[in-house]
Write a new protein. Structure first.
Length: 419
């Protein structure tokens, strides 16, 4: 089992090419020109350079998203032309699991979940508890990304039981990290910190560097939110060192983004933009589209801070293209909030108000208390400025109540991939 930052699109495509070739050979279809062409194309895509990282919203629409769509279409073709020829369950589950991983890397969570569910229907009747627990964990991650916390938590508890029975201690720790992540998304920071600290210790005992680094990244985020900045920086820096030591580019990109957020909240803008740019460069090199959405969004906040509103808006658009495809409600809520702030500063308070209300609705629906508190306070400030004091007081009181319940200092946090 690999961490979130453990499988790149290129690795997935290379694996798909190998499985397609193997399956075609075993099913007698190695001479099928369609499968041969598919294998060749998958292999080519797994080795070629990704398109230039877009500098603007229009570049993103014309280039990167077309490339992503091409990958998805190829994966669908693979499912139709290769999986249908297989008779062995083990071959079927390998293809389905590889498809799930590919779709997840692309950010197509609906398709990823569908393939993981199909995989689980095959493996749940086997005696391979390790694989069962692994697939349960992957399904849980997808539900978590889509904001379906209860479904994710239920699957994670089942995964932990299954993996523990199989003696997979490191994988149990990885599932516990995901549980801790869900807890802090829901504002349960102290519970999340305790869960993640236990998981980190288990990873360190097992010398599981990828999972240890992942836990450190998440702990860093919690300490940053709680105002423990020295602890936050220590964890972020440790995660970066560990990911770099095992040449895990996706984990490295996550850590760089987190360090960018850390410096941004300290008002160290030069360091922040340097880390963001390094993270985005790695995302481009790997085709790591899910994280790049959040880096674009964090850069939008940077440009808002420097009052470069057109550039901030452009980065928001780049983020939104990805976040809508990812169906990530937290990211979309944050994007709406930033759009509201841009429009407010640009003098279009009416449209800004619509964006703020949309953001508030999403934070409320998916029970993200910190996002709701930050957005409520910011919206209250705008309402006061445009002469709506009664409504401003309502949202200010709501923010005060949420901050008090969360027991944290006021802040407008940026986004890690998990926030």
């Amino acid at each position: 089992m690999k961490s979130r930052g453990g499988v790149t699109i290129k690795e997935c495509l290379a694996r798909m090419a190998g499985l397609a070739k193997q399956a075609a050979s075993q099913s007698g279809g190695e001479n099928d020109p369609k499968i041969a062409a598919l294998v060749k194309t998958l292999h080519k895509l797994s080795t070629e350079e990704f398109p230039k990282e877009p500098d603007s919203y229009s570049d993103l629409r014309d280039d990167s998203l077309q490339k992503v769509s091409r990958y998805i279409e190829l994966a669908q073709v693979t499912l139709e032309t290769v999986h249908s020829t297989l008779s062995e369950q083990e071959q079927q589950q390998d293809i389905l699991l590889a498809l799930g991983e590919t779709f997840e890397a692309l950010g197509n969570y609906d398709a990823a979940l569908k393939n993981y569910q199909s995989t689980f229907r095959i493996v749940e009747t086997s005696r391979d508890q390790s694989l069962q627990g692994h697939v349960q964990y992957r399904m849980a991650r997808i539900y978590s990304e889509m904001g379906e916390w209860k479904a994710a938590q239920d699957l994670l508890h089942k995964s932990i039981s299954t993996l523990a029975a199989a003696g997979k201690k490191s994988d149990v720790a990885l599932a516990q990290i995901e549980l801790g992540t869900i807890s802090y998304r829901q504002g349960e920071y102290h519970e999340a910190r305790e869960t993640l600290q236990k998981a980190l210790l288990a990873c360190q005992v097992a010398n599981d560097i990828p999972s240890s680094a992942l836990a450190s990244n998440q702990l860093g985020t919690i300490h940053r939110i709680l105002g423990d900045y020295d602890e936050a920086h220590t964890h972020f820096h440790q995660a970066l060192i560990e990911f770099q030591s095992i040449q895990n580019s996706q984990g490295t990109a996550e850590s760089l983004n987190n360090l960018g957020l850390f410096h941004f909240r300290q008002n160290q803008l030069n360091q922040a933009i340097t880390y963001y740019d390094k993270s985005l460069k790695l995302c481009h090199e790997m085709g790591y589209f899910p994280l790049s959405a959040f880096v674009f969004l964090n850069k939008a906040e940077y440009f808002l801070k420097t009052k470069d509103y057109p550039v901030a808006a452009s980065h928001c658009c780049c983020a939104l293209e990805r976040l809508v495809r990812l169906k990530n409600p937290i990211g979309i809520a944050k994007t709406d909030m930033i759009f509201g702030r841009i429009l407010w500063k640009a003098g279009d308070q009416t449209t800004a108000e619509a964006f703020y209300r949309e953001s508030l609705g999403l934070y409320e629906k998916f029970r993200i208390p910190l996002g709701l508190a930050n957005c409520s306070e910011e919206f209250a400030t705008m309402l006061t400025e445009i002469g709506k004091p009664d409504e401003a007081t309502e949202f200010k009181n709501k923010a005060d109540e949420l901050y008090s319940r969360l027991n944290i200092e006021r802040q407008s946090v940026g986004l890690s991939r998990k926030a």
